[in-house]
Write a protein that binds this ligand. Structure first.
Ligand code: S3P
Length: 163
């Protein structure tokens, strides 16, 4: 699963993996486990580029898994090497939502270093505009604005079956 921060990858991923009987893996959580620290700390101490290198290495490593739902961080789509690693054997599902929905969902937690700015809505709009063509490379795109995670998971299963 790909998609901007706050589009529901974590919640949907939990339900989807249960429904499919697949293992759920979150690339960011795996990085945090490996580095023994938080994504925010990695951004603050080492910078975004270092995080992106860790993210690419992790995605390549996880891409060999089978029968899994893999949730990737919102910026994982930006590097072609990440998408190339996933395109071969995975169905790439992108979750989308409006900047307003994303702001509402992400303002609850403080673990999004890229949104720790004076005007997070403006930042979300800028990042989303830039990333849109990357998200559109997914095999399936599902809007999550007014839809709960259960319904999104069901829509994904239906869309995968209809491919
Ligand atoms: C990022 C999204 C985050 C995390 C990091 C960078 C991004 O993951 O990888 O903070 O660039 O959009 P989530 O999409 O799971 O919040």
């Amino acid at each position: 699963m790909t998609g901007f921060m706050g589009t529901g990858k974590t919640e949907v991923g939990k339900i989807l993996s249960q429904k499919l009987g697949f293992v759920l893996i979150d690339a960011d959580s795996e990085i945090e486990r490996e580095q023994k620290t938080t994504i925010t700390d990695i951004f603050n101490r080492l910078g975004e580029d270092a995080f992106r290198d860790m993210e690419s290495a992790m995605i390549k490593r996880l891409s060999v898994l089978k029968k899994a739902v893999l949730s990737t961080g919102g910026g994982a789509v930006l590097r072609a090497e990440n998408m190339d690693a996933l395109k071969k054997d995975w169905i790439i599902v992108c979750l989308e939502a409006t900047p307003e929905t994303i702001l509402r969902r992400t303002s609850i937690s403080k673990n999004r270093p890229l949104l720790e700015v004076a005007d997070p809505l403006q930042k979300i709009r800028e990042l989303y505009d830039f990333r849109k063509p990357y998200y559109e490379k997914a095999d399936i795109i599902i809007n999550t604005d007014d839809v709960g995670p259960l319904q999104v998971a069901e829509e994904i299963i239906k869309a995968v079956k209809n491919r």
